[in-house]
Design a protein around this ligand. Sequence first.
Ligand code: X8Z
Ligand code: ZN
Length: 599
Amino acid sequence: MKSQLLAATAVALLAFAPAAAQGAKPTPAEAKAFVDKAEADLAAFNQYVAKSSWVRATYITEDTQWLEAKATGEQNELVTRYAMEAAKYDGVAVDPVTARKLKLLKLYLVSPAPNRPGAAAELATLTTRMDSTYSSGKFQYKGKTLTLNDAEDILAESRDPAELKAVWEGWHSIAKPIKPDYVKFAALSNEGARGLGFKDTGALWRSNYDMDADAFAAETDRLWKQVEPFYRNLHCYVRGQLNDKYGDAVQKRTGPIRADLLGNMWAQQWGNVYDVVQPKGTTSSYSLDKLLTAKGYDPLKMVKTGENFYSSIGMTPLPETFWKRSMITRPQDREVVCHASAWDLDDRDDIRIKMCTKVNGEDFYTVHHELGHNYYQRAYKDQPFLFKNGANDGFHEAIGDFVGLSALTPTYLQQIGLLDKAPGADEDIPFLMKMALDKIAFLPFGLMVDRWRWEVFSGEVNPEHYNEAWWKLRLKYQGLVPPGDRPADAFDPGAKYHVPGNTPYTRYFLAHIYQFQFHRAACRQIGWKGPLHRCSVYGEKEMGKKFNAMLEMGASKPWPEEMAVFTGEKTTDASAVADYFQPLNAWLTVQNKGENCGW
Ligand code: X8Z
Ligand code: ZN
């Protein structure tokens, strides 16, 4: 994740666009000089922000929060002023590279600050505090103090509905104090976005995809329609299995599913309840959780294993500093942001991950996801500053996921000695079921988080109705309800990291489609003839070379061009998802005969 980090000095800004200042139209050469200077200043400021943020995220105290807020506030002020300045070159006949950089400058900040004294500092203080409140959130359960990590383990493992409900509600209670900050934050961020010419913060976010903001919203609708029938099929089947397990009093056979029964705090990935919903009459001969423990994996070995996959496709091994400076496990003596992320501290070689890694299949996958960010960052390090980014944020999320699709295949697990014998075709349905519980279940969640924020930012939903609007969307897209009535002061969106962390979420929805496009293209390149879900690109150096050629482009070209470099395709296309899961979707349709699907 490239943090929103940059800046320079106010004095330097005034040195630009002298012609514009006098009312004459600036020349293309002046526009280019402005962009060059902006890039140099922003790059210089970036390390200061990155290091302040890293220290705060790995050691949350009053002081580190102060330092991060100071750095990000100054950066926000600077970038916002540059972004406003960039508008002066609208309509100037600049070269394509300068034009793209001017555009990216306006889109650089996730939440630009209003251009008035004190506003950037206030916005920065709010975002640092919201993230820190979430990350150090704790609640009481049965006389014990639980963190999110503890609560997640219970959600994954417990099959006691009363316990699940209590722990789910306990975690959600930590978000209440975040709401007042979020209300103020949304207003400030909107004011800043309007200052840059966007309707609101949501419109700014939707403008980051090389197409018109409204066209992008329509594009996400189109993609959702492509995959929605499959999600409904999965929902129907899982609901039936939960009903068999828990009975009508806990989970009815019709209507929405109770959100705490799906093995994950946000019901965003359901793989943890595989044991409950596994297809009757089929067998799955292994559990990745158990294999990792049985073979003595520890967090470091998981990351080394991830690195080895990337090396096998021709990527240079991670630098020594990665191993020295990364945070791979949760420190016991201090508060940290446990939500996994990947960092690039110097826009060159100082790449790191920050995770509270547990030895289980979920984190085995997350390691590959995070490393994907780092290898992307390193691939585009020679690009000019404003192009040191993903083709779009969905690409950034999809790189490691693409690698993860291969790393989860039994063939690969056998190659690295985790699995003694790769199962045959009789285990295709169990395997695809596990994958769908994570990948297909995720799609509506990946969409609804920002649908909610788009409504908040546009003013369609006001603070009084935040929670109600959240559950309306949870129901509409995911077919979920909370385990009980929600308190009037609940702020359930705040119990999901990316809301207090102010990280746009549509990127993950896109990534859940892109990764299958990348996978299908890669498997074609290596000449794979079997079913897509059994294809692994481990060791495929030629493929890796072509993949890296796309990564090296960074944000230098519109994303469809970059996608074409690797896949030959220029549009987002969920048919790769359908291809991958085809046998399971057909199987589910048969299983669901006679069920009253939908909610
Ligand atoms: O936030 C993440 C990554 C860091 S970019 C761990 N993900 C989303 C989430 O956890 O909600 C990956 C999948 C979706
Ligand atoms: Zn990520």
